[in-house]
Design a binder for this molecule. Structure first.
Ligand code: GLN
Length: 200
């Protein structure tokens, strides 16, 4: 039980400010994380949307790769959105040559999965535990192609050509969405995550 958690947002690349705002709105202390000493101060971490190939490279340059992997392997609660989902996946499809992830989620994630025709789109998704659909914004988004045994599917696309595709998952204290909850006004995903962190 962590009553007053500090939640970090990986801040070397991606839409950091929006996540910080959402987390503060949900009542926790939020801190950008750019170096190992900052990572050491947080109870949980958000990996934002952006570009996973760049995130991976920068995490290496800033000596964050191994500290991040260690914390994740040690059970740090985390939320990955879009590129952040890719970073948390144990395995990826359509990565660039040499692209690695941090891991933590027993899933296969396909980068840029929705294809060129529908690079970016919006869709209502039914999110497990929410009493009304979540309006999801997908921007060159990945989807989850395969889930391991301990992984719960939280949301799938409700209609259109990509109907049924998995766009949110959770494995214990680690969760990920293909879409960008931080750029909506709907803070239910952040509150869900904050509850998870508080219960950890
Ligand atoms: N296509 C990006 C990647 O591979 C993800 C896009 C996003 O985060 N909106 O990392």
């Amino acid at each position: 039980m962590i009553a007053q958690p500090t939640i970090g947002v990986f801040a070397l690349q991606g839409d950091v400010r929006e996540h910080v705002r959402m987390l503060q709105g949900a009542g926790v202390t939020a801190l950008p994380v750019r170096r190992p000493s900052e990572l050491a101060r947080v109870d949980a971490l958000v990996l934002p949307g952006g570009e996973s190939t760049t995130m991976y490279k920068l995490a290496g340059i800033f000596d964050l790769l191994e500290p991040l992997r260690k914390r994740l392997a040690g059970g740090m609660p985390s939320l990955g959105t879009c590129a952040g989902m890719i970073m948390l996946a144990d395995r990826i499809e359509s990565g660039i040559e040499g692209q690695e992830t941090l891991g933590g989620l027993d899933v296969v994630v396909r980068r840029n999965a929705f294809g060129r025709q529908v690079d970016s789109f919006e869709s209502d998704v039914d999110f497990v535990g929410f009493d009304a659909p979540f309006h999801a914004l997908l921007i060159r988004a990945p989807w989850v192609e395969k889930v391991g045994e301990g992984v719960d599917v939280l949301a799938t696309v409700a209609s259109g050509p990509a109907v049924g595709r998995i766009v949110a998952v959770r494995q214990g204290l680690v969760m990920a969405t293909s879409f960008h909850p931080e750029i909506t006004r709907d803070d239910r995903i952040h509150r869900y995550f904050v509850d998870l962190v508080r219960s950890s």
